[in-house]
Design a protein around this ligand. Structure first.
Ligand SMILES: [Zn+2]
Length: 245
């Protein structure tokens, strides 16, 4: 009896190993560049200095074009996914009540290709809708993380932690973008809600976990919700609301 169980376990493990090996072979990592025009295979002579690794299936489903030189054939599983919206998805117009109710299928797909600080990144947008560029500096709507890179200010308490959190969660990851009343700030940065593939609004996470203040100087769709998240973070002493040692 025991021996049969053991044999069964070994068989299942072998099956899993085979599945994992197949997945890797069919969906290798490819590299997109900061300009977000194309993707290359490992070893392509046109690979540039800045290489952002993502699975081939993700690159294809997001609409990146293959490099004409290394021209990796797309995996069949990546074709025929749902068509993404070519309109900007504005949450104020859509009247979404809570950040978590927003519809990923209507958002603009992007990859975070460069990290600046807790509330600012650069994204590559493979199929930019009208009004957006392929490469954008992006400021998160409704949040303000403590300053880490401002030349005229000293580094604020908890700024480094917030910055590292954003880097760890977002850099080189595919994300979804939604917008509000105002598309850009006075520095021409894109103002967006940034969503993770599991439907979580990262802006809200920053406030909820105490990595950011709710930034309420300008009106936005979730102003009251973000205020409430900040209140509970403060009450529970999370992140920047924690006691100083
Ligand atoms: Zn190439």
């Amino acid at each position: 009896m025991e021996q049969r169980m053991l044999r069964c376990t070994v068989f299942v493990l072998l099956l899993l190993l085979a599945a994992a090996t197949t997945a890797c072979a069919e969906d290798p990592l490819v590299y997109i560049t900061e300009t977000g025009e194309k993707y290359h295979r490992e070893g392509c002579r046109y690979l540039e200095r800045s290489r952002i690794p993502i699975p081939l299936s993700t690159a294809v489903s997001m609409g990146y074009d293959p490099c004409g030189h290394c021209n990796p054939p797309p995996p069949s599983s990546a074709l025929g996914g749902p068509a993404e919206s070519r309109e900007l998805y504005r949450l104020n117009v859509a009247g979404v009540e809570q950040p978590g109710e927003a519809d990923l299928a209507r958002m603009t797909r992007a990859v975070v290709v460069r990290h600046v600080d807790g509330d600012t990144v650069y994204v590559s947008i493979p199929r930019p809708p009208k009004g957006l560029k392929r490469y954008e500096s992006l400021r998160f709507i409704g949040v303000d993380t403590p300053e880490t890179v401002h030349p005229q200010k000293t580094v604020e308490r908890f700024g480094k932690e917030a910055s590292e959190f954003t880097r760890g969660q977002l850099l080189n990851r595919p994300v979804y973008l939604a917008f509000d009343w105002q598309l850009r700030d006075r520095y021409d940065r894109l103002l967006a809600y940034i969503y993770l593939p599991d439907g979580i609004c990262f802006n809200a996470v920053l406030v909820r976990e105490g990595y950011a203040h709710a930034y309420t100087r300008f009106p936005f769709q979730f102003l009251e919700q973000f205020r409430a998240l900040e209140r509970s973070a403060r009450e529970q002493g999370r992140g920047l609301w924690g006691s100083e040692e």
